[in-house]
Design a protein around this ligand. Structure first.
Ligand SMILES: Nc1nc2c(ncn2[C@@H]2O[C@H](COP(=O)(O)OP(=O)(O)OP(=O)(O)O)[C@@H](O)[C@H]2O)c(=O)[nH]1
Ligand SMILES: [Mg+2]
Length: 360
């Protein structure tokens, strides 16, 4: 199942308290202070796992808690620290504070990670506070409490190429033809109900990621069909590939591009700036008047600087050339696309300094 929105609460562990203790040995009845420090509480990290493309694994629990640090012991024993808790998310996960809606992190890179709740520091034991004028301190420091964060996670997938098309246009068939991904293909609209990614091998060393998203229909920006719930997943793709089925009985080919583009731009005007390619699909079936209509629209698009292809994903006609041109487009865009067009992430606040530290 595909999950792209999730609310979770995370808690870092509290620091263990410092110990108050004095050395008691057979021949040293008035031994000095030897209370050890408490261990640090575990932090909660959110980290990208590039193999994921859904937030589903985090849905099992609502609350995630890192363990507390243990208290310090006698003989200068430091308490054990709580282990950090790491939550894995897909690339393109945005993390917001649910209360303030502040953006805390935008994990776009394949190895991005953020310490979202910092573990409380362990308190110092009394041994730490011994000075020449204060040789037997009878106090120790408490561990700092852990942090609580109420989070809203949102996934906006990070693909290089986003497919845009009406239902049944042949989007999933293309993904199957050029990648190892196996989205379902069927001869009815809305076969694809959730986005998926396919990795396209463009040469022996490199490739790009293509996002198959559910079909868009006219009025989607007003909620028709599946609405625009999934369009956000192409907001962060490098380039767009419009797929137009010239034989689509619901939309004349002459209007297809204009309608699709209109819905995207109504959703987010910035999408108008994305580089786009257009592929007419199912060319193994197209001839006669329809082929003429394709040619007319092609000429118009080409004169607007949009590169046009006629493909058959089923018969693999022109798909290799399409992949090569998309790859070149992706490479040209890569320098810029991953810069998120959103607010700056706010760094996680640092822990306040502890007044007792001044004593040391
Ligand atoms: N003849 C022919 N049929 C094709 C071609 N590409 C796709 N089809 C057929 O068109 C139908 C729809 O294909 P899909 O790939 O499921 O279309 P889609 O755009 O993913 O559809 P939704 O997921 O419903 O939006 C299927 O019956 C495919 O077999 C092609 O190149 N030639
Ligand atoms: Mg599909």
């Amino acid at each position: 199942m595909f999950i792209d929105q999730l609310e979770i609460d995370v808690y870092s562990g509290a620091g263990g308290h410092g110990a108050v203790s004095f050395r008691r040995e057979k021949y040293a009845p008035f031994g000095g202070p030897d209370g050890g420090n408490g261990g640090n509480g575990g932090s909660v990290w959110v980290k990208v796992n590039p193999a994921l493309n859904t937030l589903l694994p985090l849905r099992n629990l609502r609350r995630y808690r890192a363990p507390d640090g243990k208290r310090g012991g006698p003989s200068n024993q430091t308490g054990a620290s709580g282990d950090d808790l790491v939550l894995f998310v897909p690339r393109g996960t945005l993390i917001r504070d649910r209360m303030t809606q502040t953006l805390l992190a935008d994990l776009t890179g394949p190895e991005d990670a953020v310490e979202i709740a910092v573990g409380g520091r362990g308190g110092k034991g009394n041994a730490h506070f011994t000075t020449s004028t204060h040789q037997a301190p009878r106090f120790a420091q408490d561990g700092q409490p852990g942090e609580e964060r109420l989070l809203a996670l949102e996934l906006k997938m990070m693909a290089d190429v986003g497919l845009v098309g009406f239902p049944n246009a042949g989007k999933s068939t293309l993904v199957r033809a050029v990648s190892a991904a196996r989205p379902k293909v069927a001869d009815y609209p809305f076969t694809t109900l959730e986005p998926s990614l396919g990795v396209v091998q463009a040469d022996s060393f490199d490739g790009f990621v293509m996002a198959d998203i559910p079909g868009i229909i006219e009025g989607a920006s007003d909620g028709a069909g599946l609405g625009l719930r999934f369009i956000k997943h192409i907001e962060r793709t490098g380039i767009l590939l419009f797929l137009i089925d010239p034989l689509d009985p619901t939309t004349p080919v002459a209007d297809a591009y204009r309608i699709l583009d209109g819905e995207l731009v109504k959703f987010n005007p910035r999408l108008a700036r994305k580089k786009r390619f257009v592929a007419f699909t199912k060319c193994d079936l197209v001839w006669g008047e329809v082929a003429d209509a394709v040619r007319t629209l092609s000429t118009e698009l080409t004169s607007n600087g949009i590169e046009v292809f006629e493909i058959s994903a089923m018969k693999k006609i022109n798909t290799a050339r399409l992949v090569q041109r998309l790859f070149e487009g992706v490479k040209a865009e890569r320098g810029t696309w991953h810069l998120p067009e959103i607010e700056e992430p706010v760094p996680t606040p640092k822990m306040s300094s502890d007044p007792l530290d001044e004593l040391s």
